[in-house]
Design a protein around this ligand. Structure first.
Ligand SMILES: [Zn+2]
Length: 306
């Protein structure tokens, strides 16, 4: 069953579940569960756990009438955030928020975001909320307009000039380049945008080989990092930003009966914008406690997929 993450109202819980109760509104993340005991889980890096399960990948995801999940790994959703608003935060939101975290960029640093689409416009808002200066790079007028709307400090149209050269010229390079869209061209541009001691963060996935210039990486002290979502603390922090109105994801909603048509549109637009399906559904919760047989049932009143 596909569908990575979603938001549900708990209808029932198992006998050993104490972290959530019936009627709670919870977010179900891609990181469905992890072992809780390994060298990665213990320091809070459960997204690197070799025994992790992932919704819509190794276990059933959210595109279903009923959803079962591990109670220890759901995120509590604030009353200040509707299910529709919270759902994209559980994927695009926390993914990009995490990328900014691992970039090491600090207040008033310059960063650049390549592609202001679905993930990019969310990255943008988290960056603004954390006091970063932003260079927005894209080649689509529609997306560049969005960057203007969000008050990007500098906007670069990659069709008209080499973004890396423009960034080096205008601000001397950025502390961090966030690559939410990955191709050889964009990866190279993002790499060349970074200043000495800066960091390039790879968020998007690609089957292409992305060569890193070893000479310049060593000489300039450049770091190239991958960022994989999402630990429980990442989710809590990302949702908190949204609950305080710092991040507003552009969304569309659709009825669940239109699921096939919506997914087709998503594929065509290739993540340009997040689309959500809304329907009445039920949720079952597992008691986690590290034992998959300790399951519980919970229910929900609404669901939004993307
Ligand atoms: Zn583990």
């Amino acid at each position: 069953m596909t569908g990575l993450s979603g938001v549900r109202i708990v209808e029932a819980v198992g006998p050993n579940v104490t972290s959530v109760t019936i009627e709670d509104c919870v977010g179900i993340p891609w990181s469905y569960s992890a072992c809780g005991e390994c060298d990665y889980c213990l320091p809070g890096k459960e997204t690197l756990c070799h025994s992790q399960e992932n919704g819509g990948y190794s276990v059933d995801g959210g595109y279903a009438e009923y959803c079962i999940t591990a109670a220890d790994y759901v995120a509590e959703n604030s009353e200040n955030l509707s299910s529709v608003e919270a759902a994209p935060i559980l994927c695009a939101g926390v993914t990009t928020y995490k990328a900014l975290k691992v970039s090491g960029a600090k207040l008033d640093d310059w960063i650049t975001i390549y592609s202001i689409g679905g993930f990019g416009h969310v990255t943008f808002q988290y960056a603004k909320a954390t006091g970063l200066n932003i260079v927005a790079v894209d080649i689509a007028d529609e997306r560049l307009d969005l960057a203007k709307k969000f008050e990007a400090d500098i906007i670069v149209n990659g069709k008209n000039e080499d973004p890396a050269e423009a960034i080096q010229k205008q601000v001397g390079g950025v502390q961090a380049a966030i690559s939410v869209a990955v191709s050889q061209v964009l990866f190279d541009q993002a790499y060349r945008s970074v200043k000495r001691s800066g960091t390039q963060v790879a968020v998007g996935l690609s089957h292409e080989d992305l060569p890193i210039p070893l000479f310049n990486t060593t000489l300039n002290g450049i770091t190239v990092k991958g960022s994989i979502v999402e630990t429980r603390i990442d989710m809590k922090e990302a949702l908190d930003f949204a609950a305080r109105d710092k991040v507003k994801v552009q969304i569309e909603t659709a009825h669940f009966s239109d699921v096939n048509a919506v997914l087709e549109k998503v594929l065509v637009h290739c993540f340009d914008i997040h689309r959500f399906l809304q329907n009445s559904m039920l949720l079952f919760l597992f008691s986690s406690n590290k034992h998959p047989k300790n399951m519980f049932y919970g229910s929900i009143s609404r669901i939004y997929f993307y």
